[in-house]
Design a protein around this ligand. Structure first.
Ligand code: AMP
Length: 499
């Protein structure tokens, strides 16, 4: 078996690896590093968890060991699709380059330009960036890419999903033709194939088996929930999720819970917090400082449940995650593989639980086709039992839906601290009732002594008259035009005499 010492890495890098506690290279490292050190382009088809970050960082550091950076002209460039992933590469670089004098800058959105400009001005060996922020710096004239000796594109398939491919092509065009390129993607979509054919030169192609098919350490389980009305599915899933978390108990040291949409990340996270679960959201619309803090807490074991979108959690390296829960089945089957790969890392055991409602059948079919085996079915939790005593659905409702709702059974008694304040949903209903009362109350006489303009008066009179007529008609025909609220056109309210 290959040892790190067999690879011709800089002794300073070997020392850092040794301190990091790595004994042997992972397959992608063993295969990619020799080619990379020979100066060849590398096409790595591998996903996160395989050790791919070190497979390009270690030879990059070794290669840059000789030479010096010039102002505004980074010597190497690493592009990552998300801020988190870029930050993670930067952390890896710090670990492996600790005995060298190489410098780095991290260019990501959500951070002020000033500090980043200063670093670039001084000259950096390694520039780690998301594509958008890199181009922002370039367009501000703060950066030249003509000194780039090595360029790395990490998670190209995610770049594709996020619409970054035109940016990547542009950035390739700004770097010298003679650069060495390391290109990583978990899958090879035709568009990715095209980019690699265009910008890589005779690359060493290294493919690492899919983690989901290779890893036997992840226990997978699918929980099928019964059919409900469409608007009841979200509540049913939240109830089921809480029941699952409670049933798993202490077995859940920490969990990443995935939702397909950012709005659901927020809703679910708030809902879990209301039920006193230790949960926090992470998705692309949150401020960078909040995202960073949340991740740090999760990594440090100070946060138990991380509610995440795919993009925000993609490639995150948290070594020990005991559970991954798919609150939503992902619509791209590859995402299932990425998601569950957050657990069961480095030989540890992990559990991946997925919730599904009947409408998700098509997603399940795709996932099972990709995995080439059915997902083991688990038993649906007992969610008939009363849950924690709170308002049900945290999703903001449209007013018309709210109006149509039947009065709900009174919730179970609240704990003392909470009983005083109305549940959020009740408060919302209350506000709605008040607003409605205000709208339907007779219009108070207007106070406009200074307004002598006849036309304005006429217009206002006409308006008031219409409103009054509408109210009269509404009283006569209450419920005649359901769902139109106060906006019922007059002609709909007209009375017709029968012949
Ligand atoms: P990555 O695929 O780059 O996200 O790496 C996955 C995890 O494996 C990270 O936590 C690395 O620190 C760890 N790792 C990388 N290389 C090795 C190695 N040779 N031996 C043990 N762990 C490693």
């Amino acid at each position: 078996m290959t040892q790190f010492s067999d690879l011709k890495l800089d002794p300073k890098v070997l020392k850092a690896i040794d301190e990091a506690g790595y004994t042997t290279p992972t397959p992608i490292q063993a295969q990619a590093i020799p080619h990379a050190l020979e100066g060849r382009d590398v096409l790595g088809i591998a996903q996160t968890g395989t050790g791919k970050t070190a497979s390009f960082t270690l030879p990059l550091i070794t290669r840059l060991g000789r030479g010096r950076a010039r102002a505004r002209m980074p010597r190497s460039l690493v592009l990552a699709p998300t801020r988190e992933l870029a930050a993670q590469v930067a952390e890896n670089f710090d670990t492996y380059a600790k005995y060298t004098r190489l410098t780095k800058a991290l260019l990501i959105g959500g951070v002020a330009f000033g500090e980043q400009d200063k670093l670039i001005d001084r000259g950096v060996d390694v520039l780690i960036a998301t594509p958008g922020r890199l181009l922002d710096h370039f367009e501000r004239g703060k950066l030249l890419l003509t000194g780039v000796e090595v360029m790395v594109v990490d998670e190209a398939d995610r770049m594709l999903d996020m619409g970054f491919i035109p940016d990547i092509e542009r950035i390739f065009g700004l770097t010298p033709f003679t650069r060495q390129t390391f290109f990583y993607s978990a899958t090879m979509a035709p568009e990715i194939e095209r980019i690699t054919n265009t910008f890589l030169s005779n690359p060493a192609r290294i493919e690492i088996a899919r983690q989901a098919t290779a890893s036997e350490t992840i226990a997978q389980e699918l929980i099928e929930l019964p059919a409900t009305r469409r608007d009841g599915a979200a509540k049913l899933k939240r109830d089921a999720l809480r029941a699952i978390i409670t049933a798993e108990g202490d077995k859940i040291e920490n969990a990443v819970i995935f939702c397909n949409r950012k709005v659901d990340v927020d809703i679910l996270s708030k809902s879990l917090q209301k039920y006193k679960f230790d949960a926090a959201p992470i998705h692309g619309d949150l401020d960078q400082s909040v995202r960073t803090r949340t991740l740090e807490k999760f990594r440090a074991g100070e946060l138990r449940l991380l509610i995440a979108s795919d993009v925000a959690a993609r490639g995150l390296d948290v070594p020990s995650v005991s559970h991954v829960i798919n609150y939503d089945l992902p619509s791209h089957p590859e995402d299932y593989v990425h998601r569950i790969g957050r657990t069961g890392r480095a030989g540890r055991s992990g559990k991946a639980i997925s919730l599904m409602v009947p409408a998700d059948q098509k997603y399940l079919d795709q996932i099972e086709a990709l995995l080439q085996k059915p997902l083991p079915r688990g038993t649906a939790p007992d969610i008939a039992a009363p849950q924690a005593p709170e308002g049900e659905d945290e999703r903001p409702r449209s007013r018309s839906r709210e109006r149509d709702r039947k009065p709900r059974a009174k919730p179970a008694p609240e704990p003392a601290a909470k009983a005083a304040a109305p549940a959020p949903e009740q408060a919302e209903l209350h506000q709605f009732a008040e607003a409605k009362a205000a709208r339907t109350a007779p219009t108070p006489p207007r106070n406009r002594p200074e307004r002598n303009d006849q036309r304005n008066d006429q217009r206002d009179n006409r308006h008031d008259h219409r409103l009054d007529r509408k109210h009269d008609n509404r009283n006569d025909n209450r419920g005649a035009v359901v769902g139109m609220g106060d906006h019922v056109p007059d002609f709909l309210m007209r009375q017709f005499r029968s012949a």
